[in-house]
Design a protein around this ligand. Sequence first.
Ligand code: PMP
Length: 442
Amino acid sequence: MREIPALLPLVGADTQVPVLDGDWVTYANLDGAASTPALQSVADRVADVMPWYASVHRGAGYLSQVSTALYEEARTEIGAFVGAREGDLTIITRNTTDSINLLASVVPGKVLVIDVEHHANFLPWQNHPQGVTIVVGSPTVTATLDRIEAELEGEAYALVAVTGASNVTGESLPLDRVIAVAHEHGARVLVDGAQLLAHRRFSLAESDADYVAFSAHKLYAPYGAGALVGRRDWLDDGPAYLSGGGAVRQVQLRDTSWTDGPARHEGGTPNLVGAVALAAACRAIEALDTKTWHEHETALRDRLVSGLTSIEGVRIARLWVDSDEPVGVVTFTMEDAEPGYVAAYLSAEHGVGVRDGRFCAHPLLARLDLPLGAVRVSVGLGTTSEDVDRLIEGLRAFVNGQIKGDYRLVDGLWHLENDNRPLPEIDGLLALADTAGICAPD
Ligand code: PMP
């Protein structure tokens, strides 16, 4: 089979990790859907800017002027990347979760959400003071759209909050249809772009969506920023999201006049490095040839799916039987093997990093009847065919019983017993951490 190289260089692409038999292998990072490493161009841009770092929006010094200009230029670039219209606001946040919580704090009416969402696009709405309807998805796109339409016909909604790409399966509803039907009934649309923007072009202006939320750490710029971009009026009318310095015009002892625009919701010192990094990532992705980008991802995804389907007992999860081509995120289960076991084995014996668990999408995993979760593999700009092939070979060895280590479930997490893989020489690193974390299948 033909070799597929990475499309763009990522920091850490050559990082070696220890495996069970004492060897070190190049890490096969197939977990970009959780967090992507930085693009080399992003890290270079950050290094270029650091000597000029100073306070943003709060300083008369030359470097403060430079930093403030860099921050505002980054904002413009980030907005342009998602097709911000004239009058739209681009608010720099911490991540998608922050962006959606911010929007939730200003939405003036009832919200409609579908049960396929990541918790970040579910929990801010679950007990929304203006009310919420949770539409349970059906196994077909057509029926799911019908359910959404029926809800919108029956009642007035301010907002439909919908994923641009599922973090579980990479699928989405046809956004143009959701947006058209929402607008027809007077509702706005938020697109959760966390998984979308690292895989597909998206434009507010072209799609007519009203808001998009996304995270830099899923877009090759892991420096702590995210963004909410979209219609200005609700954001100017709603309460300041973070009370503090920078969000005000005038403060008296008992009364405050809040500013409007992005600063209203960006209380505290802005994350210059995060914004500059995100803008650099936007620039790098913008410069990709769309066809080449799509071909790279599709070739890797096809190879992954055909490899997985050739292995006995592997079942790939899908939300809809009739959805369009998903982005490069694939989730599967294996007969008679817990996902956490498979993931621990892949890491310890093959140097392959994947995600297991319920992916912060508990309602969806419950509906898909995956109470123990699943294994998720994701491909992106830095993925090579070698990464995918190593995963598939590892899984083949697994089903053939070629498992060298002993693995045990301790407190809900799978561990390699007698793990004596050496630690990398990083100052201050004392031990490996349990990585399943707060979204674990507990
Ligand atoms: N939405 C989706 C679809 C996601 O995949 C994620 C992250 N897994 C989020 C929202 C939340 O992103 P963050 O953790 O960066 O806030």
